[in-house]
Structures are given as C-alpha cells and as structure tokens.
Ligand binder design. Structure first.
Ligand code: FES
Length: 163
C-alpha cells in the first residue's frame, strides 16, 4: 500500500500514523469506501453529537429486506472514518435481520484491530446502523420482520347441494 506524505505523518504532521494504525485501518482511513449519501435512501441513521464533535450519518438503500447500498459521512478521527468505511462494506448485501445482529466488534475484527484507546470510535458506526434500521422500520412497518414460510393451503371441501 502506498501512503502519501500526509498519511505517513498524519495530516497535521503530528502523528506517525503507521505506528499507530495497522495497514487495513490506514487504508480505510486514507481511502474510505462508500463516502456520501445514497440517493433517495430507504433509511437514514445519525449517531454521535454533531454540535460538539464526532458524528456519523449513514444512509441505506434497501430492497426486499436486503441492504443493497450503504454510504456514510463521518466527522471524527481516523479510527472513526476507517470504522465507518469498513461498516458500510460489511453490511452491504446483508438482510435487515442480519444487520440487526451487527456489532462494532465485527468492525474491529475486520479492520485487524484498533488501538485500545480507539475501540470506542468504532461504536459510532454500530449506533448509526441501529438508528438507520429503526428509521427503516418506522418508514416500512413490518417490512423487516422475519418472513415465515406459509404452509400450503388445502382447498376447502366442496359442499354438496341439498334439495
Ligand atoms: Fe473521537 Fe475517535 S471519533 S477520538
């Protein structure tokens, strides 16, 4: 992986990023996937505190109970941006039900770990996803409920005419 000079020493030149983050985290931080907004999203989730710091907006395109696209906008540190990027990659293609089981530990594992002080930064993505799924449920009540197979219906017995 090629790291720009800014990435090598941090955008402000204050932090030696490769000594702080592993290569996967750095890659998702410096080349985040799925940045932006899904056009006409079926769900939007907000997490964090936009007025005073870290915040994430997640928008989802969902069809037939499946997440087809996920985009994010995050204000936060490198770990928060890398976690947001990885979260969108992990949830695309999952059913809404599967996405409900999603946790930030999955993000941390997929990133190959985060510095202990930065684990909390991955929580933002899990919170934004939960908020988005709640928004989806409000907009489409019952749409995300688990589907149960219907037993084939037997035709009703014909009644004989009397008389
Ligand atoms: Fe605030 Fe990481 S998001 S320190």
């Amino acid at each position: 992986m090629q790291i720009s000079r800014a990435g090598e020493y941090g955008v402000l030149g204050l932090i030696n990023l490769p000594a702080f983050y592993n290569a996967t985290v750095l890659d998702h931080f410096l080349n985040p996937r799925n940045v932006g907004d899904v056009p006409e999203p079926e769900a939007i989730g907000l997490a964090g505190e936009p007025n005073c710091g870290d915040a994430m907006r997640l928008s989802l395109r969902i069809q037939n109970g499946k997440i087809l696209d996920a985009r994010f906008r995050t204000v936060g540190c490198g770990a928060a941006i890398a976690s947001s990027s990885m979260a969108t990659e992990l949830i695309k293609g999952r059913s809404v039900e599967q996405a409900r089981q999603f946790s930030n530990q999955e993000i941390v594992a997929a990133l190959g770990g985060l510095p202990p002080a930065k684990i909390q930064c991955s929580v933002l993505a899990g919170q934004a996803l939960r908020a988005a799924l709640e928004d989806y449920e409000k907009r489409h009540p019952g749409a995300a409920a688990p589907r149960t197979e219907c037993a084939p219906q037997k035709p009703a017995p014909r009644r004989r005419r009397q008389g």
